[in-house]
Design a protein around this ligand. Structure first.
Ligand code: GDP
Length: 457
């Protein structure tokens, strides 16, 4: 074949430092991207909080807000006017996007935040997990109202549940939003009581103390979302606003020095009559440059990059975390399917139909047993699969084995299992490539579990 010497191979091996410094040079001044999921007990005020935040940040016009206010008043539901912001965005966004989760964007001083919200109460757990499985960081909203914090925190409440699930899906940084403080007269004692009780629990759940912050707010009045000015609160609180606290989350590391991996999410003919073909997707790790020769798996064909475009602007290179469109040549791409991976030929992506995984099971009716048929949702793929072996039931947060070779895995437990996929697909271990090592499991049209790849068999 004409395409034989992979240049990217030389680069990933010999000039590891260069990739990072090239990245810094090219992208200095741009904001770090951060995916944020908001979780918490029903009615804790998640939607109101984030809707109000988006309004304060100018993501919703005053005219639009006025419309929500009028409409909510008409229905006697004015207290939900801010929550409607997210519902509306959700509706708009869901057109053309195959996600259950409404998305909104906002900016802090140094970060560009994508909000993965979980609208709808009934389906909340699966939706929340869907968001959490993509999240870099999380906000846990709790209701400070007398008795309400306790309801959410005690057994049956979702406060603990959500904190545990988010942690077990790999989120290690958590912001606790102590909400509705207007309902308790901005009480410092109440705030401290909640911080103490949650603090002890979160530590047990595997969160490091320095990775958790607490912010007192009212999502309804808007106090301390972007501005701190309520005298009863400033009397004892001088910490960051919620917006400032979010800004302090550490951005996820871009795995710049790992071998290149790009999962193909779209394939189309390049416009302008050139012979090339376009591949779209997110570069999960490493970097790519025009002229690079890369391998498409599982097709096992080499291609060469002719052009790299980010937001329709041509670039000489792209880096881990970038959403890109590549114009490529060299192989017959009519056989390329979505979910194929473009990778560094010297260290290609793994292709497998059998994996070992750690799964977090949701509120399911029928326990999972050996032979259970499921559908694996992984990147843009959905593949028929079978839970072929139950290795162990494990502790939700610590991962310790609770029981070896269980007969079944019931709702709201975690387990280590083997999964047989109906055909070989590209996958990686969660510990090596976070984004390429997580997936969702569905059965009978509902999401029943989230999984992390712990072994490729
Ligand atoms: P979610 O289920 O967590 O999304 O909660 P919502 O945002 O739908 O809010 C539930 C209810 O709590 C609504 O009636 C809100 O108006 C009310 N609420 C939310 N935040 C606050 C707050 O900070 N103070 C007060 N007093 N009420 C709030």
């Amino acid at each position: 074949e004409a395409i034989a010497t992979p240049k990217s191979q030389a680069r990933t091996r010999e000039s590891r430092v260069d990739v990072a410094s090239e990245y810094v040079k090219e992208r200095s001044g741009t904001k770090a991207l951060l995916n944020l999921v908001v979780v918490g007990h029903v009615d804790a005020g998640k939607s109101t909080l984030m809707g109000h935040m988006l309004f304060r940040l100018g993501q919703v016009s005053s005219k639009q807000m006025h419309k929500y206010e009028q409409e909510s008043k008409k229905l006697g539901k004015q207290s939900f006017m801010y929550a409607w912001v997210l519902d509306e965005t959700g509706e708009e966004r869901s057109r053309g996007i195959t996600m259950d989760v409404a998305q909104s964007q906002f900016e802090t001083e140094s970060k560009s935040i994508t909000l993965l919200d979980a609208p709808g109460h009934r389906d909340f757990i699966p939706n929340m997990i869907f968001g959490a499985a993509q999240a870099d960081v999380a906000l846990l909203v709790v209701d400070a109202t007398t008795g309400e914090f306790e309801t959410g925190f005690e057994s049956g409440g979702q406060t603990r549940e959500h904190a545990l699930l988010v942690r077990s899906l790999g989120v290690s940084q958590l912001g606790v939003v102590v909400n509705k403080l207007d309902m308790v007269g901005w009480s410092r004692d109440r705030f401290n009581e909640i911080v103490a009780r949650l603090g002890a629990f979160l530590k047990q759940a595997g969160y490091k103390e320095q990775d958790v912050f607490y912010v007192p707010v009212s999502g309804l009045t808007g106090e301390n979302l972007t501005v701190l000015d309520e005298p009863k609160l400033t009397e004892w609180y001088s910490g960051p606003t919620l917006l400032q606290a979010i800004d302090k989350f550490r951005p996820p590391e871009r795995p710049l020095n790992r071998p290149a991996r790009l999962v193909i999410s779209d394939i189309f003919k390049s416009v302008g009559g050139s012979s090339g073909c376009c591949l779209a997707g997110r570069l999960e790790s490493g970097m790519m440059q025009t002229g690079d020769k890369l391998l498409i798996m599982p097709l096992n064909e080499m291609i060469q990059i002719k052009n790299i475009a980010i937001n329709e602007v041509s670039k000489g290179s792209c880096f881990a975390g970038d959403q890109v469109v590549l114009t490529v040549s060299g192989a017959d791409l009519s056989d390329v399917s979505l979910g194929s991976v473009l990778c560094d030929p010297s260290q290609p992506v793994k292709v497998t139909s059998r994996i070992q995984a750690r799964i977090v099971i949701f509120n399911i009716d029928i326990p999972i047993t050996t032979g259970y048929p499921v559908v694996i949702h992984y990147q843009s793929l959905s593949e028929a699969a079978t839970i072929s072996k139950l290795i162990a039931q494990i502790h939700k947060s610590t991962g310790e084995v609770v029981r070896k070779r269980p007969r079944c895995l019931t709702k709201q437990t975690s387990g280590l299992v083997e999964i047989e996929i109906s055909r070989p697909i590209c996958m990686e271990l969660y510990k090596d490539y976070r984004e390429l090592g997580r997936f969702m499991i569905r059965a009978n049209g509902t999401t029943i579990a989230a999984g992390l790849v712990t072994g490729i068999l």
